[in-house]
Design a binder for this molecule. Sequence first.
Ligand code: ADP
Length: 250
Amino acid sequence: MIVVEDLHKHFGGFHAVDGASLSFDEGAITGLIGPNGAGKTTLFNVIAGVHKPTSGRVTMGGEDITGLPPHDLFHKGVLRTFQIAHEFHSMSCRENLMMVPGGQSGERLWNTWFGRRRIADEERALRAKADEVLEFLTIEHLAEQKAGQISGGQKKLLELGRTMMVDARIVFLDEVGAGVNRTLLNVIGDAILRLNEERGYTFVVIEHDMDFIARLCDPVICMAEGRVLATGTLDQIKANEQVVEAYLGT
Ligand code: ADP
């Protein structure tokens, strides 16, 4: 679905992504692992249009999408989850979801919401969709709660929920498990599996929690020093000597 060829992203003289070539298959939940500083987040950000690559190519279904801005990728169904920005903390979880279809950057959402008059029907449809998403994620009881008041794990669910307000095709998740308790992590895992199975979402997941990776991801790609070290099933990756040396053995 997405093919990345010889991608480089340099920050000054530092090569955060240094010739990465990899692909993400349609319908798969691909795990991206590797030591801190391996370039995983930078790779995500380049694919999702947050950073322009220094060189290299990204294609989706054969179409060149290298360096497209996030809103163009958003319309193609390529989404990266973002932390809920501070200015949205005082809005309810439902309102946070209802703001998504206007675009993805906070400012644009804000303008869409307040600058344009929405017709009542459209707003009702959005509200119904938001409630359906909250229910799917088993957090319908948080609909009226301010986004700034929910737990870290619940925020991760809400971030995932935002991808459901539009027709996502491929979703990039950066460390959904960080700081999330085991129970909520299982709920997040369930939601990812259901979105994959029932709605055909393709996922790419950066994660350090090996249980989470084992439950969800096949294949797994291990990166180190800005490049791909190995690709395979988690068992194959765990048995790879280079991976053990660069990451798992540390
Ligand atoms: P990972 O997600 O695998 O931990 P990152 O992609 O976050 O790795 O980072 C790779 C390297 O690139 C790190 O050494 C980081 O300090 C550096 N880096 C990331 N973003 C920037 C930036 N905007 N400016 C300078 N260096 C950066």
